[in-house]
Ligand binder design. Structure first.
Ligand SMILES: C[C@H](O)CC(=O)SCCNC(=O)CCNC(=O)[C@H](O)C(C)(C)COP(=O)(O)OP(=O)(O)OC[C@H]1O[C@@H](n2cnc3c(N)ncnc32)[C@H](O)[C@@H]1OP(=O)(O)O
Ligand SMILES: NC(=O)c1ccc[n+]([C@@H]2O[C@H](COP(=O)([O-])OP(=O)(O)OC[C@H]3O[C@@H](n4cnc5c(N)ncnc54)[C@H](O)[C@@H]3O)[C@@H](O)[C@H]2O)c1
Length: 258
């Protein structure tokens, strides 16, 4: 897909990886709609991006009505939607049994799965239902593309990541069946599984975790730059033959147990 002139929806676009994706998509000629919970950051970011190229809508990705209304706002503002990037996510750690011997409260587990997995499904299902009715864009019958964000924790989650790893493994697991279903509609579905990138979410893990993980990246021996994540978002949007795939973007890190 030629990104020039297309419309992209980026959840979690007010910060970190989502914001980097917005910047790169705009550089390639797209207009973006940022769906994010964080109003202050979202509004500030839109001021900073190219005028007329970015729209902020305050959205909780876990809320069905909220997402449906936000999509209506997007369609009124821009018309058809072609690229969806599901970046909204949270990651507070918590072991199954803590130091005091108490089990992780179920609500804490549910909250992470709710935002990361159910939120991704909520946005992609509603956006794709509309995309499926749009005109085709090329000879393959392509209409659009969906890019989800999992994590290397989907494959090698550390101690303290049961909920986060489960939520991201859910995203990995639903990628192929949804890509297969959307073949008829000409909507490609792919997932990026990032290693550790320097963003506010990563910073919240604390210095010890960051240093230990940074040291276990094979090459290049450093944390990822959000721009490198955005490069893959752009490639996934542009390459019409890439479909149903999960790509690790991680400097060959394989995370240890702790
Ligand atoms: C963000 C992107 O998507 C990419 C990523 O995924 S980046 C990876 C991010 N990784 C993380 O976030 C790691 C998450 N985990 C943690 O931060 C920590 O495990 C935690 C904060 C949840 C818990 O920390 P803490 O309470 O200090 O427990 P922890 O350090 O595991 O254990 C302390 C000691 O208790 C003991 N212990 C822990 N759990 C135990 C258990 N269930 N039974 C017996 N002993 C236990 C251990 O022996 C350990 O001793 P050690 O230091 O000698 O090994
Ligand atoms: N940074 C990393 O190292 C890393 C690694 C692997 C995967 N990821 C994943 O990448 C995605 C982006 O992470 P990041 O590091 O940019 O984090 P970040 O905290 O910088 O940005 C996440 C954004 O999502 C928004 N958000 C959170 N809950 C929301 C909700 N319910 N509704 C709408 N918006 C919501 C936040 O307001 C924030 O702006 C997440 O899904 C994360 O799990 C990050």
């Amino acid at each position: 897909m030629n990104i020039e002139g297309k419309v992209a929806l980026v959840t979690g676009g007010a910060s970190g990886l989502g914001l980097a994706a917005c910047r790169s998509l705009i550089e390639k000629g797209a207009k973006v709609a940022i769906f994010d919970f964080d109003k202050a950051n979202g509004e500030a970011v839109v001021q900073e991006l190219e005028e007329g190229k970015a729209l902020f809508v305050q959205v909780d990705v876990t809320d069905e009505q909220n997402v449906a209304q936000a999509l209506e706002t997007l369609y009124k503002h821009y018309g058809d939607l072609h690229i969806v990037v599901n970046c909204a996510g949270i990651g507070p750690p918590g072991k199954v049994i803590n130091r005091e011997g108490e089990p992780l409260p179920l609500d804490q587990f549910k909250k992470i799965v709710d935002v990361n997995l159910f939120g991704t499904f909520n946005v992609l299902s509603k956006a794709a239902a509309r995309m499926a009715k749009q005109d085709t864009l090329n000879d393959d019958g392509g209409r659009g593309t969906i890019i989800n964000v999992a994590s290397v924790a989907a494959f090698d989650g550390q101690i303290g990541q049961p909920a986060y790893a489960a939520s991201k493994a859910g995203i990995v697991g639903m990628t192929l069946p949804i890509a297969r279903e959307f073949a008829r509609q000409g909507i490609r579905v792919n997932t990026i599984a990032p290693g550790l990138f320097l963003t506010p979410l990563a910073e919240s893990l604390g210095e010890d975790v960051i240093n230990s993980l940074g040291g276990s990246v094979e090459y290049p021996k450093r944390l990822g730059n959000p721009k490198e994540f955005a490069q893959l978002v752009v490639h996934m949007a542009e390459n019409d033959y890439l479909n149903g795939e999960v790509i690790r973007l991680d400097g060959a890190i394989r995370m240890a147990a702790k």
